[in-house]
Design a protein around this ligand. Structure first.
Ligand SMILES: O=c1ccn([C@@H]2O[C@H](COP(=O)(O)OP(=O)(O)O[C@H]3O[C@H](CO)[C@@H](O)[C@H](O)[C@H]3O)[C@@H](O)[C@H]2O)c(=O)[nH]1
Length: 493
């Protein structure tokens, strides 16, 4: 929660008196926040209240009822809502005597629908429920101490009774929810005077997540499963082939995941040169398959975390080697030297059209398992000759837990998924020598010499990891991470 800043806020009842002021103010003062307002435009609300915001790009109005679970779930998912400010309510006390059912429906059932949606989607970081001071009933005129948040609720009319009902449900909380809930009791007869909010954190409870992971036999897919077990997150591996839409549908229908991880794909054995001689197989899985899965997930309102590659760039005049100027998320790929990279760049471009996809650009992945033949360190330690070029790389031990957190935060779009900074082959092998084997020796060769022993050129680049660092300030630089996660735990000397 420490790093949480709202991005996409749902305001219910925003055409009403109080919420429209809040919505208009937020839209004006925070152009970076997307404000989605939901209101059924009942007798006590008026769309004109939102006139000041109508033309703002960060404003979206949806006419609808908070009592519709389908609508609320749909909105939370498609708009990537992370924060709810819940104002929608039937409020006219007099009406509540003759028409108490409407009050129960809106104020209790409606609130419960919202909370259930928080539980089901598992993506709401903060829920602010605007209530009323009337839940406390009458306070003696000569009372010395006013009501505090934990005071007994003694509503005296059907309206305040429904508000107390809604609040009760909120504070008890939907089980499994992981979000902060704040109750604001507002004295509507004296707008502007607010009882301070009480914060009830239920963040120690686990959210009801269920991950569907593709890539069971792969390195990253295998590690993800282990992480889920460690973090007690429910998960299952997909049985379907990515290129078979009906099998993917069957997986989603039987597993009913909250999120889908795609760590399936061909990267070639022993290396990407394999793709040069297996082009249709590469297309089938990496292109058709990935797009298929993204599309099926989109149809089901599911976020797909896609393990992609950053090997679609190479140093150029604007991003020269050693300059510290890395390629950013929005930069257009400029490396198509290998068939593998070429198709990956094409898929990335197409996936931009899918707003349910989070693309993670992994590079030269490294883990603490130095026996794994996929591990970049293992690879370069075994080659007869190695090139020596600084590159961005991904320390899986640090970054895979971050990918899970990204799913929980429902982050989308493209992310350079590497540790900040670069490290060269020789710098890694020096560390290898220091921590693992003091006898270790290696021979360097040039890219031209390397071209004679491999089929396709390899990409060398620096990715700008500042977007990831901003979201996860604790992210370590590549060299620090290498020492902490790989070399210290494997230290032999
Ligand atoms: O004789 C050699 C062969 C390769 N290399 C270098 O070793 C590194 C790894 O190359 P290679 O083993 O051929 O790996 P790739 O097949 O290019 O695989 C990398 O890129 C793939 C696609 O992104 C990822 O799936 C892999 O995990 C990642 O190691 C690169 O810097 C190469 O330039 C040498 O120094 N000497």
């Amino acid at each position: 929660m420490a790093n949480y800043t709202p991005k996409n806020i749902l305001i219910t009842g925003a055409a009403g008196f109080i919420a429209s002021h809040v919505a208009n103010r937020l839209i004006r003062s925070y152009p970076d926040y997307k404000i989605v307002v939901l209101d059924k435009l009942d007798y006590c609300s008026n769309l004109k209240n939102l006139n000041p915001s109508r033309s703002s790009p960060n404003f979206k109005f949806v006419k609808g009822d908070i009592g519709s679970a389908d609508l609320v779930n749909y909105l939370l998912i498609t708009e990537s809502i992370d924060t709810i400010m819940h104002f929608a309510a039937q409020t006219h006390v007099d009406n509540s005597f003759g028409n108490s059912f409407e009050f129960t429906k809106n104020n209790i059932y409606g609130t419960h629908v919202l909370l259930e949606a928080c539980k089901v989607t598992g993506q709401i970081r903060r829920f602010i429920h605007v209530s009323t001071d009337e839940v406390y009933g009458e306070t003696d005129e000569d009372a010395v101490v006013g009501n505090h948040e934990a005071s007994q609720l003694l509503p005296t009319n059907p309206y305040s009774a429904t508000k107390a009902g809604g609040v009760d449900r909120l504070v008890d909380g939907p089980e499994n929810a992981e979000f902060d809930s704040s109750n604001l009791a507002i004295n509507t007869s004296q707008i502007g005077v607010q009882v301070p909010s009480s914060k009830t954190s239920v963040s120690s409870k686990k959210p009801a997540l269920k991950f569907l992971i593709y890539g069971k036999t792969g390195w990253i897919g295998g590690l993800l499963g282990k992480l889920c077990e460690k973090q007690q997150i429910q998960y299952e591996y997909g049985k379907g082939r990515l290129e078979d839409r009906s099998q993917l549908l069957a997986d989603i229908q039987t597993i009913k995941p909250t999120h889908v991880f795609n760590a399936a794909g061909v990267t070639g054995r022993p290396n990407v040169d394999w793709c040069e001689s297996h082009k249709t197989e590469t297309i089938r899985t990496n292109v058709s398959g990935t797009l298929n899965l993204a599309d099926v997930c989109r149809e089901h309102g599911l976020l797909m975390i896609n393990f992609a590659t950053g090997c679609i760039f190479e140093y150029d005049a604007k991003h020269p080697e050693g300059s510290g100027i890395g390629f950013k998320e929005e930069d257009t790929p400029n490396f198509i030297g290998s068939f593998y990279s070429k198709t990956k760049a094409m898929v990335e471009e197409l996936l931009k059209e899918y707003d349910n996809v989070c693309t993670l650009r992994v590079r030269m992945p490294i883990s603490s398992d130095l026996n794994n033949p996929r591990n970049f360190i293992t690879k370069i330690a075994r080659y007869n000759k190695v090139v020596n070029i600084p590159n961005s790389m991904t320390i899986l031990d640090e970054l895979l837990p971050i990918s899970i957190e990204m799913a929980k935060r429902n982050l989308r779009g493209i992310w350079n998924f590497t540790n900040p900074g670069v490290v060269s082959h020789n710098e890694i092998l020096e560390m290898y020598k220091k921590y693992i084997n003091p006898e270790f020796k290696w021979v360097n060769f040039t890219l031209e010499e390397q071209a004679k022993v491999i089929v396709a050129p390899r990409s060398n680049n620096e990715l700008d990891a500042s977007k990831l660092k901003k979201e996860f300030p604790e992210l370590m630089s590549i060299k620090e991470s290498l020492i902490k996660y790989v070399f210290e735990p494997n230290k032999k000397h």
